[in-house]
Write a protein that binds this ligand. Structure first.
Ligand SMILES: NC(=O)c1ccc[n+]([C@@H]2O[C@H](COP(=O)([O-])OP(=O)(O)OC[C@H]3O[C@@H](n4cnc5c(N)ncnc54)[C@H](O)[C@@H]3O)[C@@H](O)[C@H]2O)c1
Ligand SMILES: O=c1ccn([C@@H]2O[C@H](COP(=O)(O)OP(=O)(O)O[C@H]3O[C@H](CO)[C@@H](O)[C@H](O)[C@H]3O)[C@@H](O)[C@H]2O)c(=O)[nH]1
Length: 461
């Protein structure tokens, strides 16, 4: 008989913990869900009465928080109490690429995971099911188990791996209607307890159970395969530009082969987001650590191609603007790594901007959901120039019209739908001539823009 779960604690109130637990709370009103975090500002934002101030923007999220918050969904900084009271604890903290020591630039930094394990071990006075929700290197569960068993109070811990496959921008629909839920574990009762939670809204045929290591490795593998498709089509986009082929036509032609499939074949300025690069680098590191050099090199190429695509886009802007962008105003439409999110982690826009700033361009950014502080923080983090210099060269404005006013060129970095609705005639009139548009997302209509008089470039055409 599996244990019936009454109280859940989730450590980590970020882009995964927040939406994931909100959906569990919505779908399981009989379970109390408490999300905890060391970041008090983030918890305050989750508790803000004004739902516009939630720290994560996702379509449909604020409605769910409004429904479940303070009913059976709670946000708190009291981590010990939440651990103590819970039957099941999800760990959903960040696992960024290590930026120091062994594995720097490749391996996942597991220090936050280990801190969680030690805190759970110290606090727990009765048996707990501990669920890995964060994306982790294969075999992390063994390390977690060792810490819990060796530092705990002699109570039982069962570890499950339950990787999250939601994509930002569509997190709520992905969570409510997932392609599959993956649960890896050793203890049948613990597995059944988690299966029963998801079965409140997910068909049991879509809930897959495996051993721990298959589950952990499947998450890294899924992201590697998805990113590989984007790099594959981006590689072909460069060839299209040389040969007169059109990458959208090629993508459609190959995607109609059911063995290939049509998703994740949209050529772009390069993939971004907090996961793809980090998880592939981690896969490369793991493969190398087992001496599998060819395997590591194979996946590394996905990242190399992505870096190439970002540089290629920036280079094309420079070449087209008569080989210099020094002192020229370039309007960036979009800074988020994809539409419908305020997340900018690893966004292609950051790297394209950095490249152009090295050429002394002046950049004006408009993004409907990203704050000015975030944009400056992204640029400062690269350490390419002083923070003052970033503020001198980059301006952040509140309307797209302000961004494009007097610009030599517009670069589309995020595929926000609203960009398609702008008055492009009006925008062109106020720009320097010739007025260039560099469409890194293949978002706009070439004919419409060319009829207005723009010089229009899109990836892969
Ligand atoms: N973002 C995504 O779309 C996505 C999707 C699937 C999986 N993942 C994985 O989920 C994990 C979390 O990602 P995220 O995007 O939510 O990260 P995030 O940075 O948005 O959130 C992580 C949160 O954990 C908190 N935290 C860190 N250490 C803590 C501790 N010891 N105690 C309490 N709180 C602590 C941080 O303050 C932060 O608020 C990562 O492993 C990521 O790879 C992310
Ligand atoms: O055809 C495509 C599809 C995506 N992208 C880009 O790829 C990046 C990632 O997009 P997406 O995968 O939709 O968003 P993420 O939120 O990063 O989600 C990925 O990473 C998550 C974190 O691990 C996983 O849970 C998801 O399943 C996985 O899709 C973005 O910059 C997209 O613009 C393209 O350029 N072309």
């Amino acid at each position: 008989m599996s244990k019936t779960i009454k109280k859940i604690c989730c450590i980590g109130a970020g882009y995964v913990g927040g939406p994931t637990m909100s959906v569990i709370a919505k779908q399981c009103p009989h379970i109390d869900v408490t999300i905890v975090d060391v970041n008090a500002a983030r918890i305050n934002a989750w508790n803000d009465k004004n739902l516009e101030n939630l720290p994560v923007y996702e379509p449909g999220l604020s409605e769910i928080v409004a429904e479940a918050r303070n009913r059976n969904l709670f946000f708190s900084t009291d981590i010990d109490s939440a651990i103590d009271e819970a039957d099941m604890i999800f760990i959903s903290v960040n696992t960024p690429t290590k930026n120091y020591g062994k594995g720097k630039g490749l391996a996942a930094d597991l220090k936050y995971i280990e801190l969680c394990a030690r805190q759970i071990a110290a606090v727990a006075k009765n048996s707990k099911i501990v669920v890995e929700k964060s994306t982790l290197p294969v075999r992390t569960a063994a390390a977690l188990k060792s810490i819990l068993d060796n530092t705990g109070n002699g109570v039982d811990f069962h570890i499950l791996s339950n990787p999250e496959f939601l994509a930002e921008g569509t997190a709520i629909t992905d969570l409510i209607n997932p392609d599959r839920v993956l649960i890896g574990g050793e203890d049948e009762n613990a597995i059944a307890a988690l299966v029963d939670i998801y079965a409140n809204w997910v068909d049991r045929s879509k809930i897959l159970t495996t051993n721990l290591w298959s589950s952990e490795l499947s998450k890294l593998t899924a992201n590697a395969f998805l990113a590989q498709r984007v790099s594959s089509i981006n590689a072909i986009s460069a060839l299209c530009e040389k040969t007169g082929a059109n990458v959208d036509e090629v993508a459609k032609a190959i995607g109609m082969d059911t063995r290939i499939g049509s998703k994740f074949l949209k050529a772009s300025v390069g993939f971004g987001g907090s996961c793809f690069q980090k998880d592939i680098l981690n896969l490369v590191y793991i493969a190398r650590s087992y001496g599998l050099t060819e395997v590591a090199d194979y996946w590394d190429q996905v990242i190399i191609m992505n870096d190439y695509q970002k540089h290629r886009f920036a280079d094309h802007i420079i070449q087209t603007l008569y080989n210099t962008v020094s002192g020229k105003k370039i309007a960036f439409l979009g800074w988020a790594f994809k539409k419908d999110t305020n997340d900018t982690r690893e966004s292609a826009a950051i790297y394209v901007a950095d490249y152009l700033l090295n050429e002394q361009a002046e950049i004006t950014v408009y993004d409907p959901k990203v704050s000015a502080e975030r944009i400056y923080a992204d640029l400062d983090y690269l350490n390419s120039r002083s923070s003052d210099e970033n503020r001198r060269l980059v301006k952040i404005v509140d309307t797209p019209y302000d961004a494009c006013d007097d610009a030599h060129a517009i670069a589309i970095l995020t595929e926000w739908d609203v960009f398609k609705t702008y008055e492009w005639q009006k925008i062109k009139e106020k720009m320097k001539k010739p007025a260039f548009v560099f469409d890194g997302r293949k978002l706009l209509n070439r004919k419409e823009l060319e009829d207005i008089g723009f010089k229009y470039y899109a990836i892969g055409e």
